[in-house]
Write a protein that binds this ligand. Structure first.
Ligand code: PSV
Ligand code: MN
Length: 414
């Protein structure tokens, strides 16, 4: 990869000949931003066992160190999503947390309330039949709205484990109404200029009904709440055949796509590297986003420009930082390929009904080997040309293994 220059020059020449503005593509790549999850640096596991990984972060300070290292290696991961209470600082010193992040060259991103880990939430949070539990969950989410202001975050990222396991267990309409009422209160407490991102998941941990099972339900709630409410698409939370890029296109066009949790749906949740199984699908998702961002269509254009790209991955068998770096790079590659799609030629072929020509134009862009372009961009940004090799050579992994050891727990900010 070190001798990328000749390959880059040739690629740039070919792309220019096809009408691609290579300078513009490089500029776009330099401003790409993938947020990493604090919880991805800590120990995690399957439904059956949490594994202790040597060197895994146990404090938020260590998670921020790791996130900063990922940013240093990639140049495009400058923020970290936090999960409360997992990342609650001692004495609620959020200023100290922000300052520490800043000193490492990163900042805090989305704030994720946790209304699923406490015993009280056994039958749900905002959808719980017990009004006092609904109130407890609401209070926690409202506290997270205040934390947003403290950490200068614009995104409240909401996921609910709510639902039922048995037919007849609870009133399905009743649960919907409880969500509607409580989410309205949350909406009223959002800091100005911020957003509430509503995530959905088609099953798990409840199996008969899930209160927010699909994008349509999240979208319907968003419509009722107002413009600051948008849908969060977690790639893992879809059944196998679902066309995620079509959901993305719809939500962009309606101005309601707020963000992503990037991962891979083979796990049906958060634990596999994004783009590791189906990089073509990731490209097709980016194709919709780039197309909207470059269009004149409103609200699609401005919506695409504000989308939050967040990884939501925990790695149990493949280490912690390398898979996160790998994931960031997969997003970078998919984005680069979407930037070289010849959109005018594609639109013309589509308008003429040239089915396979349109398909060929799009898939040829996907087949472009953009690696020399990415190497060039990284070099121009002052990031390592090969981030994974640079990470392995950095000694960071050995350092955290010897300093942190193997710990079973994951604690707060210390
Ligand atoms: C739930 O599966 C989820 O995707 C939500 O985004 C949570 O906040 C995250 O994983 C971490 O548990
Ligand atoms: Mn998620």
């Amino acid at each position: 990869m070190n001798n990328h220059r000749a390959a880059y020059d040739l690629l740039a020449e070919n792309l220019e000949a096809e009408g691609v503005d290579v300078l513009g593509v490089k500029q776009a790549l330099k401003t790409q931003h993938i947020e990493t999850p604090s919880w991805g640096y800590a120990n995690s596991g399957t439904r059956f066992k949490a594994f202790a990984w040597p060197g895994a972060a146990t404090t938020t300070r260590q998670k921020l160190d790791d996130a900063a290292m990922v940013h240093k290696m990639t140049g495009i991961a400058p923020s970290v999503a936090i999960h409360i209470p997992w990342d609650r600082p001692q004495d609620d010193d959020y200023d100290g947390m922000c300052q520490y992040a800043q000193e490492q060259g990163i900042h805090i991103g989305a704030v994720n309330p946790n209304v699923f880990q406490d015993d009280e939430y056994k039958l749900g949070s905002l959808g719980n039949p017990d009004p006092s539990i609904q109130e407890q969950a609401l209070d926690h989410i409202l506290e997270c709205c205040q934390i947003m202001t403290k950490v200068k975050s614009n995104d409240l990222s909401l996921w609910f484990a709510d639902g039922t396991n048995y037919a007849g267990q609870d009133s399905l309409r009743g649960r919907k109404q409880r969500f509607e009422d409580r989410l309205r209160i949350v909406y009223e407490h959002l800091p100005s200029n911020s957003r509430m991102l509503i995530e959905y998941k088609f099953f798990e941990p409840t199996f008969y009904s899930t209160d927010l099972p699909d994008w349509g339900t999240s979208y319907a709630f968003c419509l009722k709440l107002g413009p600051q409410a948008q849908v969060l698409v977690d790639l893992g939370h879809h059944a196998s055949g679902v066309n995620i890029e079509q959901i993305v296109a719809f939500l962009l066009d309606e101005g309601r796509l707020g963000g992503f949790h990037l991962n891979n749906r083979k796990y049906a949740d958060d634990d596999l590297i994004v783009g590791s199984v189906n990089p073509y699908e990731l490209f097709l998702i980016y194709h919709e986003l780039t197309g909207a961002a470059q269009s004149e269509d409103e609200p699609a254009r401005s919506t695409a420009q504000r989308v939050a790209y967040m990884l939501d991955q925990c790695h149990n068998v493949e280490g912690k930082l390398v898979p996160i770096i790998y994931s960031v790079l997969n997003c970078q590659e998919a984005y680069a390929k979407s930037l070289v799609v010849p959109r005018e030629r594609l639109a013309a072929a589509q308008a003429e009904g040239q089915v396979l020509e349109a398909h060929r134009i799009l898939s040829e862009a996907y087949r472009t080997d953009v690696r020399p372009l990415l190497a060039q961009v990284r070099e121009e940004m002052g990031a390592p040309i090969d981030p994974i090799a640079a990470y392995r050579a950095s000694g960071y992994e050995e350092k955290i293994r010897s300093e942190r050891g193997v710990a079973a727990a994951s604690g707060g900010f210390q």
